[in-house]
Design a protein around this ligand. Sequence first.
Ligand SMILES: N[C@@H](CCC[C@H](N)C(=O)O)C(=O)O
Length: 276
Amino acid sequence: MALKFTKMHGLGNDFVVFDGVRQNVSLTPENVRRIADRHFGIGCDQVLIVEPPISWNADFRYRIFNADGGEVAQCGNGARCFARFVRDQGLCDKDEIVVDTDAGQLRLVHRSDGLVTVNMGIPKHAPAEIPLDIADEAVSYEVVLDGNAWSFGAVSMGNPHAVLRVDDIDHAPVERLGPLLERHPIFPERANIGFAQVVDRHRIKLRVFERGSGETLACGSGACAATVVGIEQDEIESPVQVDLPGGSLYIAWEGRGRPVFMTGPAVCVFEGEIEL
Ligand SMILES: N[C@@H](CCC[C@H](N)C(=O)O)C(=O)O
């Protein structure tokens, strides 16, 4: 079957987006891996499928698949690209869109400057909700990796995140520690691993080793998680500019029980058709 797709990115975190409203899209994990393959496929960090809503009060549903073929619940950069996609494709002309995801409903707003703001929901801190296999909640946890003790903060943004503080982002051990912590048994569903350097009270630098995709040029939910963890550890305060290798996101969070707001760009690169 030949499927129409759109290649998009949010700060270099790239996506192959399928319109599952006007065409029938059903992908196996093997299909996803082939689409995401940068040599034998189109190439992307995640595959997104836009579908009709499952709730009465939503406009759409969108589904997210990592490059390794696994379906996951949350993708911040993908959410902004989803908003841009439904507008560009003539599927929705609203300025505010409600979308069903496996992490609950998200609200997205097209701003007049072309950026998109996403209400990313209320972060979850309890270990069982992340999930993190540690009995008591704390702002900082310890783990031994490669024979050394590392401390990290953890939070769910609808997907599991660990955030480690580093002094120099350019020399952060992302490639070495990322895969070890992503698959560490304390994270029963694996985790996205962020490495954050605090620049000042309103600015951090961040690199993220993403579950199921490896290091990406940006991770929207990772930027939210690093902001939440930094605020909880009293290192930073809202609003926060998060500088990622692919560019900057703007994150606002007013504290426990309140949602996180993420603002950034979404770009369409090209359209095509793939035979599966
Ligand atoms: N790139 C995304 C996150 C995609 C999902 C993640 N790798 C996971 O497995 O939870 C973002 O921008 O948030």
